[in-house]
Write a protein that binds this ligand. Structure first.
Ligand code: HEM
Length: 322
């Protein structure tokens, strides 16, 4: 049972983190696997409770590793509790606290990953050889746990409040600037003086240099309807308008050999994209026909349709062709 729990946590961490990093179109199977493993973990914990109680009675509260075990149990309860509460709609990105319950779930989940490794190192020393654990009975139990989890996860899905296939909740669409302001964990909103702001185009281009806001606005304009799906647990579709990133790097003659483009914020937050994908992305100056507000990335923000919100770089001041 301990091994099944360890495997569930590994799957949860793997599917949780890769579901964040993958393009939105690829996340659905990861999300389903995450839900099934989440339910399997909760069911498996019922059996683990018996193991932990017997071990505590035998070894006493002061034994080595007990504190770590208790901390791991608290982290599991917090992570799985917030995950399940999210799925059935008891918590959301704006309630019961203004900070998203999904972000708390992720922080608790990552802490749990570290604790489980430490707990396994301290308590796993007397684990029987792996071969002796692979019995027919164990395999049948594993199958039953998987089947039960699949059924329960499907039922939870059916009773839960509507959410996108990424797990995100709808935060209203086509509302102009009225979508939630979520900021990458280590950023604060910068105050930008548009007179001195410049967009630097650097790296593998024939003519590196700077572009003013007025020059940026004079490029051919485009509009797209795109869904911003934030890993904080909300999504919103808006009309974004601006200029193609490909036109901007093209005006500086990007070298044929360049393969990637890095987009960098005034605050230092950055993300690198495959060149073709980046060139198709929009450098948005307007949302719903109005200039983007400071909180949403004024003067210019990247709109890489199909990628999660933390890659929609705000307050851009450099495009580096790599
Ligand atoms: C190892 C720690 C983790 C545990 C124990 C855990 C557990 C859970 C559980 C029990 C659920 C509810 C499943 C259901 O609806 O049936 C859930 C949902 C969710 N978790 Fe995790 N999780 C962990 C880590 C993560 C990480 C690291 C991420 C993201 C980086 C993440 C993202 C999500 C998302 C987006 C949902 C909502 C899915 C939906 O509503 O469709 N989780 N998690």
């Amino acid at each position: 049972m301990n091994l099944a729990l360890l495997a569930s946590v590994a799957v949860l961490l793997g599917t949780g983190v890769s579901g964040w990093l993958a393009p939105v179109g690829l996340t659905q199977p990861l999300d389903v696997a995450h839900q099934v493993a989440g339910v399997a973990l909760v069911l498996g914990l019922a059996a683990k409770y018996g193991i932990a109680r017997r071990s505590l009675r035998r070894r006493g509260l002061a034994a080595a590793g007990v504190l770590l075990g208790v901390a791991t149990a608290v982290a599991v309860a917090l992570t799985a509790g917030l995950g399940l509460a999210w799925t059935v709609g008891a918590v959301s990105f704006d309630r019961p606290f203004p900070y998203s319950a999904m972000s708390l779930h992720v922080i608790a989940g990552l802490a749990l990953g570290l604790l489980v490794v430490a707990h396994a190192l301290v308590r796993g020393e007397r684990r029987p050889p792996l071969g002796s654990l692979m019995t027919r009975r164990a395999a049948l139990r594993g199958l039953a746990l998987f089947g039960g989890s699949l059924v329960l996860a499907t039922l939870l899905d059916a009773v839960g409040l509507p959410r996108r296939f990424t797990g995100s909740r709808h935060a209203g669409s086509f509302s102009g600037d009225q979508l939630p302001v979520t900021i990458w964990a280590f950023d604060t909103v910068p105050q930008i003086d548009i007179g001195s702001w410049r967009l630097r185009v650097s790296g593998r281009v024939e003519r590196p240099g700077e572009i003013t806001y007025a020059e940026l606005l004079s490029f051919s304009r485009h509009e797209v309807s795109a869904v911003l799906d934030c890993t904080g647990g909300w999504w919103s579709e808006q009309r974004w308008s601006g200029v193609r990133l490909g036109d901007v790097v093209g005006s500086r003659a990007a070298l044929q050999s360049a393969t990637a483009i890095e987009v960098i914020s005034v605050t230092g937050h950055r993300w690198s994209f495959d060149r073709g994908e980046a060139e198709r992305a929009l450098l948005a100056t307007h949302i719903g026909g109005e200039p983007i507000s400071t909180g949403h990335g004024y003067p210019v923000r990247l709109v890489p349709s199909g990628h999660r919100g933390f890659t929609w770089i705000k307050w851009i001041d450099e495009i580096r062709v790599v």
